[in-house]
Design a protein around this ligand. Sequence first.
Ligand code: PLP
Length: 455
Amino acid sequence: MRETAANSWEAKAEEFSLYGFTDLPSVHERGTVVLTHGEGPYIFDTHGRRYLDANSGLWNMVAGFDHPGLIEAAQKQYARFPGYHAFFGRMSDQTVLLSEKLVEVSPFERGRVFYTNSGSEANDTMVKILWFLHGAEGKPQRRKILTRWNGYHGVTAVSASMTGKPYNSVFGLPLPGFIHLGCPHYWRFGQAGETEEQFTARLAAELEATIIKEGPDTIAGFFAEPVMGAGGVIPPSKGYFQAVAPILKKYGIPLIADEVICGFGRTGNTWGSQTYDFMPDAIISSKNMTAGFFPMGAVILGPELADRVQAASEAIEEFPHGFTASGHPVGCAIALKAIDVVMNEGLADNVNRLSPRLEAGLAEIAKNPNIGELRGVGFMWALEAVKDKATKTPFDGSLSVSERIANTCTDLGLICRPLGQSIVLCPPFILTEPQMDEMFEKLEAALKKVFAEVA
Ligand code: PLP
């Protein structure tokens, strides 16, 4: 247990702030971490301790914590004009430029962009857009949303309803009409004797059976992360999107790619949907889009949905949706710079150059008898802890194995994230080889210590 002086930063943080996704009654037992500044991929706390953030903040600080170009882009725009909305036919020049850029780098030949302040709001907005256009097209009953168990789409009432995590039941969620399909994690959910292809075919059959049972004309859209992030870094099973996309098309159900984590390079391509070779009808973006330097999300509509929204709003002479800070000029200026930094200043190249090294180093660590699976792609990976590798038996939940590993890493100066029984690593794109080695060494030391304690 860490001592906390009554007047310390930690005590004040605990007294006055609510931490998200934190065990509030016992947070003081470990002690909170109050951060003061950053340097590259390192973040420092009020005691001067340095942490290599192998989680890039929350997957988003891909250019590190002090990128001068991004700071300059923000400062320049603050000096020009510090804020404006995108209502009533007005928007900032930076917003115009960013929309043009997002459509240019999207997989769509044409498209239109709507801005939010977060990924949750972008998913929420996308659901409203679908409800709006189905209603305008004379199909107001098309309201149900299909997502997957373990998928994460955010925390607003609608996006939390899309999220396939049991903890949302404490809020009385999901709302009616949000349907969760099977998680495409073959290692964990494949049945005895089932090949990966058969597993994928089973999930595709489940999708079609669900559509038929619910009634195709009651379904508004299907949302999926190319790689599930907060579900524990779960790449799709072999051929998953190739199997589900034609079924969705057959029933006229839009396929929305939630690229909040995967977008802008995390999987090694600009979009996760490129890595997994499917064409969505719209993309949800956030996080990396501003390299975490500004809270911002975007809905990027492909040509068909863009045209349908245009037609739907013509009918009522309005698109009745918008946030005060939608298309914030500072956020847009930062996003323009962040996209340039990631795509043209070597960050995406660094991911591609170093991801084989990252995979190889983690594969070495995964030889540990208590690591059941290493999974991931690009710069997003998870190691799943197991009590028994052969039977994939998890540790007793009361041992909190992944939390102990993450806490031990924090004590060693490495931030990584426990998700279920997995440890997630999604380092910033600026990571160097020596920093990667530091990550491997600290992680391995933490695994050895905790597995020795719980074995
Ligand atoms: N979608 C995905 C795939 C995410 O990973 C997240 C956040 O982690 C969200 C949506 C929600 O984004 P935000 O936390 O900005 O609301």
